[in-house]
Design a protein around this ligand. Structure first.
Ligand SMILES: NC(=O)c1ccc[n+]([C@@H]2O[C@H](COP(=O)([O-])OP(=O)(O)OC[C@H]3O[C@@H](n4cnc5c(N)ncnc54)[C@H](O)[C@@H]3O)[C@@H](O)[C@H]2O)c1
Length: 245
């Protein structure tokens, strides 16, 4: 237990799968209350964390759908982890796919941050927001213009929120994961050629496990450890973006 307050609460979007699922379970073990906001209820729910249904694409309804959170007095953190990827070449990319990707990956994290920040401010909590971006914010993955651009936008959003929320002592940072074994990557994990290309390009010659971001998120949530850090980002990618040729 790292916080003096009893049972601090962390809200996570996308906690039903992959990296978010791993973070939610890890934070539970660190004695947080965890509330998972997702469009999909995890099949084998861990009863010790709360699940709230929300389709984050319906941005106008986020506040209404999640109104029960307004009663929470001890929300110290928000992790914006939910995202989608729709792969298609730039010349054929459909506007519906573009809009859906941006709504989920960038618009929703903004409005969820706005909603949760207001609750933190009302309760005078020096909170922390962690946005899960991607190495796609730094380097462009092929056939994924909307995902790449939305994840780059999330880095900029991190800075904008850090600037506007600093006066309330709310810190905002992001994590940039590399290729990770999760359902988001099911297509490239099934395709031997794609899987091995991505492995070869990673300096550490392997894909990440979904648990390999847990300590970083804990660090960013903890005011006593990352107290001087805001508007910043941490890249955890096995060396993918370090390599030139
Ligand atoms: N897996 C990777 O290789 C990788 C690499 C870099 C960054 N990331 C980022 O990490 C985060 C988690 O990715 P993951 O691989 O665990 O993905 P995942 O597909 O396993 O999980 C994503 C979760 O988001 C939820 N979600 C999607 N759309 C939603 C919506 N409209 N409303 C509510 N919930 C919604 C899904 O139901 C799911 O539970 C994402 O932000 C992703 O961009 C992943």
């Amino acid at each position: 237990m790292i916080f003096k307050n009893s049972k601090p609460t962390v809200i996570i979007s996308g906690g039903s799968s992959g990296i978010g699922f791993s973070m939610a379970n890890f934070l539970l073990k660190q004695a947080f209350n965890v509330i998972n906001i997702d469009v999909y209820r995890v099949k084998n729910p861990n009863k010790s964390y709360r699940y709230l249904y929300c389709n984050l694409n319906k941005v106008n309804f986020i506040e209404k759908t999640l109104k029960s959170l307004k009663k929470e007095k001890n929300i110290i953190g928000l992790i914006n982890c939910a995202a989608i990827t729709i792969s298609q070449n730039s010349l054929e990319y459909k506007i519906d796919n573009w809009n859906k990707t941006f709504l989920t990956n960038l618009t929703a994290p903004f409005f969820l941050s706005q909603f949760i920040s207001k609750i933190m401010i009302k309760n005078k909590i020096k909170g922390s927001i962690v946005n899960i971006s991607s190495i796609s914010a730094k380097v462009a993955m092929p056939n994924n213009p909307a995902y790449n651009a939305s994840k780059a936008g999330l880095i900029s959003l991190t800075k904008s929120l850090a600037v506007d929320l600093a006066k309330f002592k709310i810190r905002v940072n992001s994590i940039l994961p590399g290729y990770t074994i999760t359902p988001l990557n099911s297509k490239s994990l099934k395709n031997k050629k794609l899987k091995s290309e991505r492995t070869k390009k990673t300096l550490l010659k392997r894909w990440a496990l979904s648990s390999e971001y847990n300590e970083a998120v804990l660090f960013l949530l903890d005011n006593s450890k990352s107290s001087y850090m805001t508007g910043s980002n941490i890249t955890i990618d096995g060396g993918w973006t370090a390599k030139g040729l």
